[in-house]
Write a new protein. Structure first.
Length: 667
């Protein structure tokens, strides 16, 4: 039996080595027949001796028993989105802001922006244990079994490290063409583009279908603090990821100036069609981690990175009509109804017109022939009118004076381009507000989709979000598409949402300008809904990252009688009004040795991750930075600490080891 176990280990090692050479390095070491023969041998042994089937076995890539659904995964480190640039001016403005913040001592790394699906991969002691989608950036879906079928994702790393990495899963152009050819032969609907095909493939409940789609990946970052692995820059991180077995895109460059960045963009704008995969832009990142930390983040994205989006593909079509919709804040938005046209791999029948000013500026009329593109390759927009093809008899478009849904008079608030319906009882606003309230990032009520919401409103089962908490299984079961089981599941989901932490409720209320991060910052600071309702603009703006506009919006919202009544009804229904996250008391922070201190972490920590240590120090009022200077008060040195420790010793800065840090944190 020991000989057999030894042979299994040998086969695993060989097959991983051959797969890495073939799928990652594109340098086959053996003929396909040899690889297949070894795989068949391993599969035969595992069939007879299932005790030898290990999580990182190459046989696990073929897919297994279909799943019933995907579990949710909370990301240990948020998967943030990037700000976008669409022109040279945008990029130079980005560069100017970097220079103003940190001087002239930086450079950039430029990478191709893969048009796929963002993924997070987690490894423990070098073994792949979990993979997830980006989701909303905080919570994704566990698609581990599907990701295991992607042959360039290593199931075992070359080093036994515990690490989480981020990357992009995509469908190569060749795989996309073959898939659509096969679907056409089978009489199935074709995928619009490789990105949609990749996303659909990764969300298959049957992993064997995913395995058949021939997906690929590029890994581009470490989740958390790269310095924990002895790395000081993004360029070094990419080299490290490559060295431990990940597929990293080699079409990248370190650029010393913004002009070098623009040259890289021009090169790949021209060569883009020749790539074997789709890209939709270039990602530009400040290279050194110390500079990234100094620049920090906005509420939505890092200040040290930006995504340049390629100019969108354009097409010519006609405007058949202009349709109006009313959003949850009352904004009336015009949308052009188009003769369907293909743009950037999908059929477009609608295009945003944004507001009346844009319609007037471009003189857009019903019946016009127009040029349409996809802004950022995603949102269809009207670029311009082809005046030479304008038919006789067209008239300038005029927005209505009254709401198209409730008939109330529309108003235009000073300094805003939007026209609004200010009737709080407008059915369209109520419907959109409920959709927002139940959405995944807010109260996360599964099963309450758009159609069900519309039915509930139409049947007068609900008038606002508070009514959701009084719905009964019996009445829901009478609705079209529901039934007893679906109704029971929905009522249970509504009941579970009562336990959500305060920040979800605050975000779900749909207060103007209050996004997810702002809601969490406010909830964390005030801890109860009652305190938030009493907060002044001054108190709110004292919170880091909460500006005047957000503060004024919160205060104005809670001054309304309708808002006070809504909160009272939600309280009566048993909805939680308290922040459930961890927060240290001000007294504990004031008494802490870390309060007001600037601290640097260096080297590898054994008992805490770098990010755990940072979070604990910041909870106690300390500030963790990435570089040692005369302003540094304390350095925490783990094993293999390098230049930062040396500099701290030269400057006479106090140095602790990890044990002393933990002793102080536990006091």
């Amino acid at each position: 039996m020991k000989d057999l176990e030894k042979r299994v280990a040998e086969l695993n090692k060989l097959l991983h080595e051959y797969a890495h050479a073939y799928y990652v390095l594109d340098k086959p070491l053996v003929p396909d027949a040899v690889y297949d023969q070894l795989m068949q041998e391993l599969m035969a042994i595992e069939k007879e001796h299932p005790e030898f089937i290990y999580p990182d076995s190459p046989t696990q890539r073929v897919g297994g028993k279909p799943l019933e659904g995907f579990n949710k995964v909370t990301h240990r480190y948020p998967m943030l989105s990037l700000s976008n640039a669409f022109s040279e001016d945008d990029l130079r403005d980005f560069d100017r802001k970097i220079r103003q913040a940190i001087g002239d001592r930086y450079n950039y790394v430029c990478e191709l922006k893969i048009d796929g699906l963002a993924i997070a991969l987690r490894y423990e002691n070098g073994i792949f244990v979990q993979g997830a989608t980006r989701g909303d950036g905080t919570v994704g879906e566990d698609i581990t079994v599907n990701l295991k079928t992607i042959k360039d994702i290593p199931l075992r790393l070359k080093e036994p490290v515990t690490i989480e990495v981020r990357g992009e899963a995509y469908m190569p152009k060749k795989s996309f063409e073959e898939l659509n050819k096969q679907r056409a032969e089978n009489g199935e609907d074709l995928f619009a583009n490789p990105r949609n095909a990749a996303a659909g493939s990764l969300r298959q409940l049957d992993s064997k279908i995913t395995a058949s789609r021939n997906l690929a990946t590029f890994i581009y970052s470490i989740g958390g603090d790269g310095e924990a692995y002895g790395i000081d820059s993004h360029a070094e991180m990419l080299e490290y990821l490559d060295s431990i077995g990940f597929r990293v895109n080699k079409e990248r460059a370190v650029c010393e100036t913004i002009d070098d960045v623009l040259a890289f963009i021009n090169k790949w704008t021209a060569e883009r069609p020749n790539l074997p995969y789709e890209i939709d832009g270039i990602v530009i990142k400040v290279n050194r981690f110390a500079h990234q930390e100094e620049l920090g983040f906005t509420a939505k994205s890092p200040r040290w990175a930006i995504a340049y989006k390629f100019p969108a593909e354009e097409a010519i079509t006609k405007i058949i009509d202009i349709e109006l919709t009313v959003g949850r804040t009352g904004v009336v938005t015009p949308t052009a109804i188009l003769e369907p046209v293909r743009i950037a791999g999908s059929t477009v029948g609608r295009a945003s017109l944004h507001n009346e000013d844009l319609i007037r500026e471009k003189d857009i009329r019903i019946g016009d022939t127009v040029i349409v593109h996809k802004a950022g390759d995603i949102i269809p927009e009207v670029v311009s009118v082809i005046l030479e093809q304008r038919p006789e008899g067209t008239v300038p478009y005029k927005m209505p004076d009254h709401c198209p849904v409730c008939g109330s008079e529309l108003i235009r608030i000073d300094e805003e381009v939007a026209i609004r319906c200010v009737n709080p009882a407008c059915p369209a606003q109520i419907a959109e507000g409920i959709k927002h309230f139940v959405s995944r990032n807010a109260m996360n009520i599964d099963g309450l989709g758009e159609k069900i919401t519309e039915q509930l409103l139409k049947e007068n089962y609900i008038r606002d979000v508070a009514d959701l908490y009084h719905l009964q299984v019996e009445e829901l079961a009478k609705l079209e598409r529901m039934g007893q089981l679906s109704a029971t599941n929905l009522v249970n989901a509504i009941e579970r949402s009562k336990e959500n932490s305060l920040e979800r409720l605050l975000f779900g209320l749909g207060i103007r300008h209050v996004g997810e991060k702002a809601a969490k910052l406010i909830a964390e600071e005030f801890e109860t809904m009652d305190r938030i309702m009493e907060a002044t603009v001054e108190e709110l703006t004292n919170i880091h990252e909460i500006g005047e506009k957000i503060a004024q919006s919160v205060v104005s919202y809670f001054q309304k009688d309708e808002a006070k009544q809504l909160i009272a009804r939600l309280k009566e229904a048993g909805v939680n009004m308290v922040y459930k996250g961890k927060k240290k008391s001000q007294a504990a922070i004031s008494d802490s040795l870390f309060a007001g201190k600037t601290i640097v972490l260096t080297g590898k920590l054994e008992r805490l991750t770098r990010n755990e240590a940072k979070a604990k120090i910041e909870e106690l009022g300390g500030k963790v930075t990435g570089s040692v200077s005369k302003k540094t008060d304390l350095v925490i040195a783990g094993t293999d600490a390098g230049s930062k420790l040396t500099k701290a010793q030269e400057l006479g800065i106090e140095v602790w080891d990890e044990n002393r840090l933990i002793e102080q944190l536990e006091k």
